[in-house]
Write a protein that binds this ligand. Structure first.
Ligand SMILES: *Cc1c(COP(=O)(O)O)cnc(C)c1O
Length: 403
């Protein structure tokens, strides 16, 4: 029997709020013993855990060098500095604010390009149109864990002799169409290990590159630019990863291959259940690529679904299902970026930011929870006509935050 939507008086799909995501962390006696050893040694920074973590990640990703830092934002800031980028940096507007902030912290102007309509990652033709003689670098993003078309973007950048770097905050565990791991592409890539990402160490970032001299420069940069003689070579930062974070990261990495497989299976289950819903569209991965599924995002076409994204969100919150509106507003519509370069309209970004809805997904989520979420969405679609009258002014319904 079809469920009655909670907004129309049915029992909510869940008795307690399902979060939009949760980190999957290992908590066992081994991890706690390693943390204890770090604390007892008093060597909470620049000791052995971070160095071991860097080697283990390099092995897993198949990349020459890994430089652990305090966050992805810090890593991107230091990377742009180390590359000596001058001129504007092209960034997709459909991303998290930190992609743009890292550019701004280097005193560089940001220029926006659009994303592709089906993959939602930086669009080659759009990038080509905004490149100019003063462009200094391109920053792509593996949006929601779908690999950006790095080979195509690298060809475009190589023709102009500018570096391509990737904000890989979402991409840990994903694979390029070639089969190589995300993290092994472009001039360098930067991961985030903060709690909402598919691979977390509590907090932290990882810069990956096959360029040994760039890696050496970044190691200096995360240490104030001080090689040890207290004669700083440039204005670096304290961008270090704490030893305790590396303990968490190493333990999490051991289980990660199994968890990412499971996460892919869960994303597949969502697709199986929701692709047939009229008006819902999923992000397309490049042919042959594997995603990390940082977020499970559907695009809601209001005409075909019967309700718009905000109205569907309101209905799902009543079912105790958390949602997010990533990335709304997109960067070019945020106050901080009003003065940024906007060489033309960004129609795909504007439509996505209006229609994209993030549903709950985490690696240890139960498949049965996804089925219940899918059932709730089907029920909302079936009753869309009656629901629209109730939720059309979504602000009038109280729920725990609209974002
Ligand atoms: C989370 C995120 C970041 C920032 O990562 P931090 O580790 O918190 O600095 C950067 N870019 C994107 C796309 C993100 O989602």
């Amino acid at each position: 029997m079809q469920k009655i939507p909670a907004v129309l008086g049915g029992p909510p799909a869940f008795a307690r709020q399902i979060p939009v995501t949760r980190p999957t962390l290992r908590v066992d006696d081994d991890v706690l013993a390693s943390m204890r050893a770090v604390l007892e040694s008093g060597m909470t920074t620049n000791a052995t855990e971070v160095a071991a973590f860097e080697r283990e990640v390099a092995d897993y990703l198949g990349v020459g060098h890994v430089v652990a830092v305090s966050s992805c934002t810090t890593g991107l800031m230091l990377l742009l500095q180390a590359l000596g980028v001058r001129g504007e940096v092209v960034v997709p507007s459909f991303t998290f604010m930190a992609s743009g902030h890292a550019v701004r912290w280097n005193g560089l102007p940001v220029t926006f390009a659009d994303v592709a309509a089906e993959t939602w990652t930086l669009d080659g033709p759009s990038l080509d149109r905004v490149l100019g003689p003063t462009t200094g670098a391109v920053l792509a993003v593996h949006t929601f864990g779908a690999p950006a078309p790095v080979e195509e973007l690298e060809r475009i950048c190589a023709a102009r002799d500018i570096p391509l770097i990737v904000d890989s905050a979402h991409g840990f565990g994903a694979r390029y169409p070639s089969g190589s791991m995300v993290g092994s592409g472009a001039t360098a890539e930067v991961f985030s290990l903060s709690p909402t990402k598919p691979f977390s160490a509590g907090e932290g970032g990882l810069i990956t590159t096959n360029d040994g001299s760039l890696a050496a420069e970044l190691r200096l940069a995360r240490e104030y630019g001080n090689p040890g003689d207290y004669d700083s070579r440039f204005a670096g930062l304290n961008g270090r990863m704490p030893e305790l974070s590396a303990v968490v990261g190493r333990a999490t990495l051991r289980d990660f291959p199994g968890w990412i497989e499971r996460r892919r299976g869960l994303a597949g289950r969502y697709a199986e259940r929701l692709v047939p819903v009229p008006g819902l569209t999923f992000q397309r991965l490049p042919q042959g690529a594997l995603g990390s599924h940082k977020d499970l995002v559907v695009r809601v076409d209001p005409a075909a679904f019967g309700l718009n994204r905000a109205e569907l969100s309101t209905c799902l919150h009543a079912e105790n299902i958390s949602t997010r509106h990533y990335f709304d507003p997109p960067l070019h519509r945020q106050t901080a970026y009003r003065s940024a370069g906007l060489p033309g309209p960004l129609p795909v970004t504007d439509r996505l930011s209006e229609q994209a809805l993030t549903l709950p997904l985490y690696s240890h989520m139960r498949a049965e929870e996804i089925d219940r979420i899918a059932d709730a969405i089907w029920a909302v679609h079936s009753d869309a006509g009656r629901l629209r009258d109730r939720v059309s002014d979504s602000r009038s319904l109280a729920y725990g935050g609209s974002r």
